[in-house]
Write a new protein. Structure first.
Length: 232
């Protein structure tokens, strides 16, 4: 059985190993190949990669997983998402540049992303670096400056599909098992029928429920879930 995709609420953090690919197997294998253990920067293809898809398809999970995998190998990376407002200079020591949620970048962030992209793919010294980016729409539809938008789309492009209900149930079941908690079918039915089916939101809900059950020292049931929601 394939590992499951968990965007947020993870005790261990996002990894390529706990991403359930489903219809996204090609994208996952592409990333695994690039960050493969023992790969050297000089032998890694510098062609940029762009992931796009609806919320809950696992874009941020995959970028964070790649960052974690590279850091475990002793490599450093440049990271930019809409919450980053500092303007760090491109670092020649970076093995890759990771750009998350590019569709939300401000004008200043677009300028910084463009600078990083150019320095990564056409460095003043050393081998070209990889750029891995993610957004909600195809490259051509990104609301970005033309020079950045066209560069994000000239390499490998993968559309990520949101998991169907069967896969979401599998995700919830495995995450509950990993936490050592029992998630009854009726509790899962309640979660899926009354809350957002976005995978990230479901993981947040499970994370809150797990913590609440530990504090209350009670098994996870529908009454406990209702009590947690009433308590705010």
């Amino acid at each position: 059985m394939k590992q499951l995709a968990l965007d947020i609420g993870l005790a261990t953090g996002p990894s390529l190993g706990n991403y359930f690919a489903g219809a996204n197997e090609a994208a996952l294998q592409h990333l695994r190949l690039w960050v493969g253990q023992g790969s050297q920067q000089a032998t890694r293809a510098p062609v940029p990669t762009y992931l796009w898809g609806a919320p809950g398809s696992g874009k941020s999970h995959l970028l964070k997983a790649v960052a974690s995998a590279l850091r475990e190998q002793g490599a450093s990376v440049g990271w930019l998402d809409p919450s980053v407002h500092a303007r760090p200079e491109f670092d020649e020591r970076w093995a890759a540049v990771l750009l998350d949620d590019v569709h939300l970048y401000s004008t200043a962030q677009q300028a910084l992303a463009f600078n990083w992209f150019v320095n990564a793919t056409s460095p003043g010294s050393g081998a070209p670096r990889w750029v891995l980016a993610a957004g909600s729409v195809p490259p051509a539809d990104l609301p970005l400056r033309d020079d950045l938008r066209t560069r994000l789309g000239w390499g490998h492009v993968f559309q990520l599909q949101v998991l169907d209900e069967t896969a979401r149930r599998a995700v919830l079941r495995q995450e509950a098992d990993a936490r050592g908690i029992f998630l009854a079918d009726e509790v899962m039915d309640y979660m899926l029928s009354r809350f957002s089916r976005d995978l990230g939101s479901l993981m947040q809900l499970l994370d809150r429920l797990d913590a609440y059950a530990l504090r209350a020292q009670r098994a996870i049931t529908i009454p406990l879930l209702k009590a947690m929601l009433e308590a705010g």
